[in-house]
Design a protein around this ligand. Structure first.
Ligand SMILES: Nc1ncnc2c1ncn2[C@@H]1O[C@H](COP(=O)(O)OP(=O)(O)OP(=O)(O)O)[C@@H](O)[C@H]1O
Ligand SMILES: [Mg+2]
Length: 244
């Protein structure tokens, strides 16, 4: 009998994606993420990290290649099911928060998936409390600081209780103590796979065990995060100086 638990969570095969009238940003990306993995996606500004993550949730469709989420090929017919599994946190928190209050932002997704109002509200308040936002529950995202907006966006994603978490620059705008708190929250989540695009090498060293480096449209490095962070010459080679 197949051991379903060890089946890959996400498989990407020969993915090619380009924006119109530009040479492809992603030029044959392949990697596999397995249950239990916490993985960093590194690469320079403009390397294509956000583009890759948006392909993984079908916000962008590749010109060629294939993505499988929990064994199912990502295509029109499977898109809504895949999105139900994946919690995706945009690089810009403003893309995530659009309701009149952040409480409604955090209840919106669960309500959409049929969670009863009282349960959705309790879950939202507990997450807002986790991120120090409960006193702002009735404010709109526009009335929050940048870091508070980031935390509210994370609360809105976690409220969906996703099986897979994809975070695009989750520490943007967060002070060191919130970065530490977020690392702790992530470490306690019962989530199958977490994939995090980040420029914060120190933080990914504390939150991930595996790191992919995207450069020239391809995954150039796939190593244990700890090893990579010690390998200063490789980091310098990819223009990722660790102390900056
Ligand atoms: N909507 C778009 N239309 C055309 N080109 C785009 C679009 N979005 C991004 N690009 C280009 O695609 C490339 C990859 O962008 P992407 O946002 O994926 O990079 P990134 O690795 O996430 O960068 P950062 O570290 O700054 O977040 C960049 O050269 C960017 O200018
Ligand atoms: Mg990006």
């Amino acid at each position: 009998m197949t051991n379903l638990k060890s089946a890959p969570t996400i498989e990407v095969q020969d993915l090619v994606f380009g924006y119109p009238e530009q040479k492809p940003v992603l030029r044959g990306i392949s990697f596999t993420l397995h249950p239990g993995e916490r993985v960093a996606l590194l690469g320079l500004t403009g390397a294509g990290k956000s583009t890759l993550l948006e392909n993984l949730i079908g916000l962008k469709m590749p010109q060629s290649g294939e993505i499988r989420v929990q064994g199912k090929k990502l295509e029109e017919a499977t898109l809504s099911q895949a999105r139900r599994q994946i919690g995706f946190c945009f690089q810009d928190a403003n893309d995530q928060l659009f309701m009149p209050t952040i409480l409604e932002d955090v209840t919106f997704g669960p309500r959409n998936y049929g969670v009863p109002p009282g349960v959705a509200r309790d879950r939202a308040l507990s997450l807002l409390d986790e991120f120090g936002l409960v006193e702002f529950a009735n404010r709109s995202a526009h009335e929050l600081s940048g870091g508070q907006r980031r935390l509210a966006a994370l609360a809105a994603i976690l409220a969906l209780e996703p099986a897979i978490l994809i975070l695009d620059e989750p520490t943007n705008g967060l002070d060191p103590s919130w970065r530490r708190h977020l690392a702790k929250v992530l470490s306690q989540l019962p989530i199958e796979v977490i994939l995090i695009a980040s420029h914060n090498l120190n933080w990914i060293g504390k939150t991930t065990q595996r790191a992919l480096v995207l450069a020239d449209g391809q995954i150039q490095v796939d190593r244990q995060t700890e090893d990579l962070l010690k390998d200063k010459s490789t980091l310098e080679y990819y223009n990722l100086p660790p102390d900056w």
